[in-house]
Design a protein around this ligand. Structure first.
Ligand code: ZN
Length: 425
């Protein structure tokens, strides 16, 4: 899943029906840890951008490279933005319909860069990102838009940071150039053992290793999106304890192969950002405080959602304001709920037995959801509890071929970094 994506193309032909669509913009109202700065509305193609285009595989590029990079400003819509580039209101409406199954052009993120070109008189070409590494390319020829979804090759760049905590974990991490998403993942991985509200002291030590996914071409078109980050190794020294966690197949393990997490995952998806905590929160629109009975994770639409633990599927269907939701019964009074899903794992139905880490559905924004995210709840005897408060570690341990695979990965990790060479077997 971290290799270069093969070039995957879909060609969608539009049979033109002239209907004027209202093209509107929706800001993601979800609370965010990072606020992106908004670039200037219109940036001419620079030599640098042209060079980026030149790096793309030749079969993803057709026609002229000349064109303009435009940026969606707050309060602006696609019709006015593209109108300035000579694309008519009717053509934008046709584009929205032609691209409907690939991207919702009425919900573009403010700050997104769109490349507009005129390959030949009377033709237009529009390129914009759908998710990180996914490019929508629309070409207008002879009264029709041809829409393709292109996967831009990516590379994984490993990064490592050491950190001594002086003030607060997040503040110190920021000063050391560790992305918030990495700290969130670290806090969640460690929350089975460490109470970050009370236990963290000045002088505590943290070491993180993570992979940053970068597109190798078309970079300006992805600049409004967060690079996917994956925490792969974590060391934390706190109050005389020394925790070393290694990611292996989606879960964290101690160097001796013991599972370093509870019987329920705190993060039932990979590469996500914790975007809203459990507990009372101030409603941004209604202005009053209300209880948030779960935690929210922000990640791209379609991100696989995993069963937090082994159990039996209780429901996998529409569930009121939760939209598409899955509920799993883990026994001992524990249940987990996964809401706003785009869809379910194929064939998933009540009564199915699942293991921890099995894919049960895909992230979406169904139901009463302001933006794409996973809403995740854990219940004990019918009452919601904070998923981050589950402490009891599982007794599970890797065995047989899984343990061998893990040891190989650990050996690789050690050989690539002498600092890790002191790890236990
Ligand atoms: Zn929520």
């Amino acid at each position: 899943m971290h290799g270069n994506s093969p070039l995957n193309r879909k060609l969608i032909l539009l049979v033109a029906i002239v209907t004027l669509l209202g093209v509107w913009l929706v800001d993601d109202p979800h609370p965010s840890f990072q606020s992106a700065s908004i670039p200037q509305p219109i940036t001419p193609f620079s030599a640098e951008l042209d060079a980026e285009y030149g790096q793309a595989p030749t079969n993803t590029i057709r026609g002229s490279r000349s064109g303009t990079l435009v940026t969606l400003a707050p309060g602006q819509n696609l019709t006015t933005l593209l109108g300035k580039q000579g694309i008519s209101q009717r053509q934008v409406a046709l584009l929205a319909m032609a691209a409907e199954s690939v991207i919702d052009l009425g919900r573009l993120q403010v700050g997104i860069n769109i490349a507009v070109a005129q390959p030949a008189p009377g033709q237009h070409r529009v390129r914009l990102a759908r998710e990180y590494g996914e490019l929508v390319q629309a070409t207008y020829v002879e009264g029709q838009w041809h829409v393709e979804l292109l996967h831009v090759p990516t590379e994984q760049l490993a990064e490592e940071h050491d950190l001594v905590i002086h003030n607060s974990l997040y503040q110190d991490a920021e000063q050391n150039g560790i992305p918030n998403a990495v700290i969130n993942s670290s806090v969640m991985a460690l929350s089975h053992f460490v109470d970050f509200q009370r236990q963290v002291q000045p002088g505590d030590l943290m070491e993180v290793r993570f992979e940053r996914t970068e597109v190798v071409s078309f970079k300006p078109l992805f600049s409004h999106l967060q690079n996917p980050l994956l925490l792969t190794y974590l060391r934390f020294t706190n109050a005389g304890e020394d925790y070393r966690l290694i990611r292996y197949k989606g879960s964290f393990y101690f160097p001796d192969g013991r599972l370093a997490q509870s019987f329920l995952l705190k993060t039932p998806l990979n590469g996500a950002r914790l975007s809203s905590y459990y507990g009372n929160r101030h409603h941004p629109v209604l202005g009053y405080d209300r209880m948030h009975k779960g935690i929210d994770f922000s990640a791209p639409i379609g991100t696989p959602i995993m069963a937090a633990g082994r159990g039996v599927v209780k429901r996998a269907n529409r569930y009121g304001s939760f939209g598409n939701a899955v509920v799993i019964d883990h026994g001992d009074g524990y249940e987990t709920l996964y809401a706003h899903l785009n869809g379910f794992a194929e064939g998933l139905k009540p009564g199915d037995h699942v293991q921890q880490g099995d894919v049960i559905g895909y992230l979406g924004r169904t139901g009463l959801s302001a933006g794409r995210h996973l809403h995740y709840e854990v219940h004990r005897h019918g009452r919601a509890i904070n998923p981050l408060d589950i402490k009891a570690p599982a007794q599970a341990r890797l065995q047989g071929s899984a343990l061998e695979g893990f040891k190989q990965q650990l050996a690789q990790l050690k050989s690539s970094d002498s600092q890790l060479a002191s790890l236990a077997p």
